[in-house]
Write a protein that binds this ligand. Structure first.
Ligand code: ZN
Length: 419
C-alpha cells in the first residue's frame, strides 16, 4: 500500500488491531447464524508526510449504504455544538440571504437546520439515503452522492460556488483525500471559507484513543499534515481551533491561497509548535500506542472476568463505532457484557458486529438494574452519567476503559498505562 496523499510506500505500523468486521455493520437476528466478514484493521504511518492511515478493504459506497445507521440528531451535545458553530460562523463571516452554504456529509440535517432557521440558502451532500431522507423531512435539500472533484465541478457549474463549505467528521472518512480536497477548491467561492472538523491525531496518541480507529475512518490527521494536503490544492489553512468534541478535535478554517483578505492567525504557528514539541515530526512518536492499547485490553478483560466470577451483571451504554473496535479488539462478547443500550431506535433490536451483543433501549437499564454500566463513547461520558445517574439508586456504577480503566468511586484499576 502507498500513502494516499504523497504515494510513498508505507512500511511503518502505527497499530495492529487484528481482524474486525466493519464497525457500523450491525446484524439482525437472521444474520446471527451466518459468518461475518472481517478485514485487517492495521494502521500505517507515512514516513514522508506523517499521514496515519488504514487501508481501504471495502469500497466506501458499500460502507455508507442504506444499512448505515448513524443519525447525528440523536446526540443532544452534538446538536448544541452545531447550533453554536452556526452562530459563530454566521457572525464571523457575515453570512446572509445571498450566501450559499454547503455541508458535506450533512447527515440528517442536524446542522443545516440552524442555517435554514436564519433563512440562509443551504443544501447538503449526503450519500446515505436513509439519513438524507431524514434531512428532507426537516426541509433540508440533500444531494445523495459522494463528494468528489467530479461532483464539486458539476455543483459549481449548476448551482454556483459556495460562500461556506462545512465538513464535520468527513475529511478523515474519505478514501481519496486528495480528490476530496480538490473538490473543496473547485466548489469554494473566491472569497469563501471552508471549515472542517476532524479528530486530532495528537489527542489519539496522547490519550490512547485507539478505539477511534475503524475501517471507515481512513485518515488520522495532524494540523501539519492537513496543512500540506490543502496547500497542494491551492488552499490555505488560516485559522484553527482546538475543540473538546470526539476526545479532542481540530476545526480548521480554509480559504484560497489567492484570497489574502483573511490573515493567518497566530494560532496556526502556536499549534504547529505544540505538535513538533510532542514529537509529531519524528517517526518514533508513531510507535508507542500499541503497548498502551494492550494494557487497556488486559485491564478491561480482568475487570469483566472478575465481575462474571462474582455474579455481577454488566451492561454497556452506546453502540458507537468506537465501542465495536474496543470490544472486538478485547474479544468481549455476551458472556461478559449482557447487552448494550443505545438511544437510537435505528440500532435497537440489532446486534453489535463481531461481539454480537444485543442493542436494547436505554429503559432496559432501569428494568434490569445492572451492577455496572460500561460507557463505550467515553467522549460523552458526562452527558450519559447525568442522564442515567438513577443507576446509583440500586448501587450501579459507571465504568470507562479509555484512557485507563475507571470505575465510579474507585481509584485507578489494573496496571498503569506506563509499564
Ligand atoms: Zn505520505
Amino acid at each position: 500500500m502507498n500513502c494516499r496523499h504523497c504515494n510513498k510506500p508505507l512500511t511503518h505500523v502505527f497499530i495492529d488491531l487484528g481482524h474486525q468486521p466493519l464497525s457500523n455493520s450491525f446484524l439482525d437476528k437472521d444474520q446471527l447464524s451466518a459468518p461475518e466478514e472481517v478485514y485487517p484493521l492495521k494502521v500505517l504511518t507515512c514516513s514522508e508526510c506523517f499521514l496515519v492511515q488504514v487501508d481501504e478493504h471495502k469500497n466506501a459506497s458499500e460502507i455508507f449504504n442504506h444499512g448505515y445507521v448513524y443519525y447525528s440528531s440523536y446526540s443532544s451535545s452534538w446538536l448544541d455544538h452545531a447550533r453554536r458553530y452556526t452562530e459563530m460562523v454566521v457572525d464571523r463571516f457575515g453570512l446572509g440571504g445571498s450566501s450559499v452554504v454547503v455541508e458535506i456529509a450533512s447527515n440528517d440535517g442536524y446542522l443545516l437546520q440552524y442555517m435554514k432557521e436564519r433563512d440562509i440558502p443551504c443544501y447538503g451532500i449526503e450519500p446515505s439515503s436513509a439519513t438524507a431522507m431524514a434531512a428532507w423531512e426537516k426541509g433540508i435539500e440533500s444531494v445523495t452522492e459522494f463528494f468528489s472533484e467530479e461532483l464539486a465541478a458539476r455543483l459549481a457549474r449548476e448551482r454556483g460556488r459556495a460562500a461556506l463549505i462545512v465538513g464535520n467528521n468527513v475529511l478523515a472518512h474519505v478514501p481519496n483525500i486528495n480528490d476530496f480536497v480538490r473538490g473543496i477548491s473547485l466548489l469554494l467561492d473566491d472569497n469563501g471559507v471552508a471549515t472542517l472538523e476532524f479528530p486530532h491525531l495528537m489527542r489519539l496518541v496522547d490519550d490512547c484513543q485507539f478505539d477511534t480507529i475503524y475501517h471507515e475512518h481512513f485518515s488520522y490527521l495532524s494540523l501539519r499534515t492537513v496543512q500540506r494536503i490543502f496547500s497542494e490544492q491551492g488552499l490555505c489553512v488560516f485559522d484553527v481551533e482546538e475543540l473538546p468534541t470526539h476526545g479532542g478535535s481540530l476545526r480548521v478554517f480554509v480559504r484560497h491561497d489567492a484570497n489574502d483578505s483573511k490573515g493567518i492567525s497566530p494560532r496556526i504557528g502556536a499549534l504547529l509548535v505544540k505538535e513538533k514539541c510532542a514529537g509529531m515530526t519524528t517517526l518514533h512518536y508513531y510507535t508507542a500506542i500499541q503497548a498502551k492499547a494492550d494494557i487497556i485490553r488486559d485491564n478491561l478483560l480482568s475487570f469483566l472476568e472478575a465481575k462474571r466470577v462474582n455474579g455481577k451483571r454488566v451492561a454497556a451504554y452506546g453502540a458507537a463505532a468506537k465501542g465495536n473496535t474496543l470490544l472486538n479488539y478485547c474479544g468481549v462478547g455476551v458472556e461478559l457484557i449482557e447487552y448494550c443500550v443505545d438511544a437510537s431506535p435505528h440500532k435497537q433490536g440489532l446486534f453489535m458486529p463481531g461481539s454480537r451483543i444485543p442493542v436494547l433501549a436505554p429503559t432496559e437499564l432501569y428494568r434490569q438494574k445492572p451492577d455496572y454500566v460500561l460507557i463505550l463513547p467515553w467522549n460523552i461520558k458526562d452527558e450519559v452519567v447525568s442522564q442515567h445517574s438513577y443507576i446509583r439508586e440500586w448501587g450501579g456504577r459507571f465504568v470507562t476503559a479509555i484512557p485507563r480503566l475507571l470505575v465510579d468511586g474507585e481509584h485507578q484499576v489494573g496496571r498503569s498505562r506506563h509499564p
